[in-house]
Structures are given as C-alpha cells and as structure tokens.
Design a protein around this ligand. Sequence first.
Ligand SMILES: Cc1cc2nc3c(=O)[nH]c(=O)nc-3n(C[C@H](O)[C@H](O)[C@H](O)COP(=O)(O)O)c2cc1C
Length: 276
Amino acid sequence: MSYEAEWRARFGEETEPNPDLPDLPWLRQVLMRRTHRRYAARPVPQALLRLLLGTAFSASSKSDFQQASVIRVRDRQSRDRLAALVPDMPWIGNAPEFLVFCGDAHRVERIGELRGHINENGKLEGFFNAAIDAALVLQTFILSAETAGLGCCPISVIRNHAGAVAEILGLRDKVFPVAGLCVGYPAAAGHVSMRLPLEVTVHIDHYNDGRPAEAIDAYDRRRDSRYSLPREQQRAPDLFGYSSFYGWSEDKARQAAQPEGEGFPTFLRKCGFSLD
Ligand SMILES: Cc1cc2nc3c(=O)[nH]c(=O)nc-3n(C[C@H](O)[C@H](O)[C@H](O)COP(=O)(O)O)c2cc1C
C-alpha cells in the first residue's frame, strides 16, 4: 500500500511504496492533518461536541488518575475577556467553540479528602502527570474533531496570562490551563506543515545527536521550497537583523531565544504547586 503522497506532504521526502502496509485511511488523514485558524459560521452540533469530548477523555491517563479537566467557554463575556488577553490571535474570539484544557491536580486531593486518605499533589510529579493527561486529552480531541470534519487550533499563549485565565474561568488551586482550543468547521483548506525527518526525531537504541546540522539544513530547504517565509515575517529583525535565507531553524532559534512564559512558575506556586 502506498502512502507516498501523504508522506511527501508531511515530510517533503519520498517514501517507497510498500505492498505489505495495510490501507488505513485514518493514518492518511493524520499524515495530512493541519491546524485551522479560520472557521465557517456553521455551528458545531452540541451532540457532536459531547461525543468528541467523550472520545477525548478516552485518552490514556497516567495511573488512571484522570487529571484533566476541560472548561467549555459558552459565556460571551468570558470569551471576549479571554480573547482580549491575546489581541493578535483573533481566532480565540471568533471560533464557534472555545475549550480550555486544564491539568487538574486538585481532583486527586479532593478524592483523598473524600476517602479520608489525605494526599499532597502539588509536587513536580503531580504537576507533570496532570499536564501530560491534559495534553493527551487535548490531542485526542483534536484528532477526533478532525475525523469529524472540524478544524482546531490549540492556544498555549493563554498560559502567558494564566492568572487572568484562572480568574475568568474560576479555576481552583492546582488546576492550571495547558491550552485553549478553537474549534469549528474550517473556512479554508489550509496546508500541511512539514515535519523534521525521522532521522532527526527517531533514535535507534541510543540518543544520537549525530549530524543534525546537515539534516536540519536540508529540512529548511525542503520547507522553503514549498513555502518561503516572506521578509516581513522575519522575527525580531531589530535584534537579529535580516537573513538572506530565512528557514524554519532560523525562525525557531530566534523564537526560542526570546523569553516566554516567565510568569507561569509564579502562577503555579501561587495556586499551590511546590514543584519539589
Ligand atoms: C500545545 C500547543 C500550543 C499551541 N499554541 C498555539 C497558539 O497559542 N496560537 C496558535 O495560533 N497556534 C498554536 N498552536 C498551533 C501550532 O502553531 C501548530 O500546531 C504548529 O505550527 C504545527 O502546525 P500543524 O498543527 O498545522 O501541523 C499550538 C499547538 C500546540 C500543540
């Protein structure tokens, strides 16, 4: 079975047709998946949304602790307040549905109280497990929604305003936003974002930092040949200048060199995490 077209779309590389591979349309769909930030006015049917939340919460969960919570933001005023926190991402206010996926280290403590076995879930272990559970529920929701013809955009920048988000959504101590999620029927086809080759991201037996420079350079060129970032999209030229060739790695190196999420540790400590 051949996944050549989808593989090329995702990695910009050729792959051999292999007759031994089963034909699994869902895998084709995942290879072709993409984030959507513009949505048709068509509402998401409520029964479908509930079904998708059910499939999302079918994700694996560390120790079956089930430490994710989702806030569905229905109130227009709350949505507008969330959207106003990030004015350069209008899709937060415009999407037909907006969900906030939270790590929930609170509920296990509450269950301990109910059962009379007090636990303290604010250490790094509790935070990490809750964050992972929320991320798995988030991604399972996204893939489920895409299967149903919807488009999604996760929104982690809300974490840069975690205190305000917690206040708007009435979050309890030890409940923290991992990401928002815009959901709706896509208004445009969008495009597949090319990924690093598996020779960079998959390691056999031992971690191999081998020759990433060449592989990443080749990846930059493949990506650029499909879509070149225009000069005006070069990040922070006042700090870094303009590059004659501006690829993914230059963009990500510039992005990572600028601080983000600096207030998040303070927010987490304030809401009860010791992170020990
Ligand atoms: C945890 C997470 C947070 C993200 N946060 C944002 C965000 O705040 N705003 C946004 O527009 N896109 C956000 N995205 C979408 C990514 O930019 C997108 O997934 C990435 O560019 C790859 O594109 P693709 O999903 O179409 O393959 C986020 C994605 C993830 C997984």
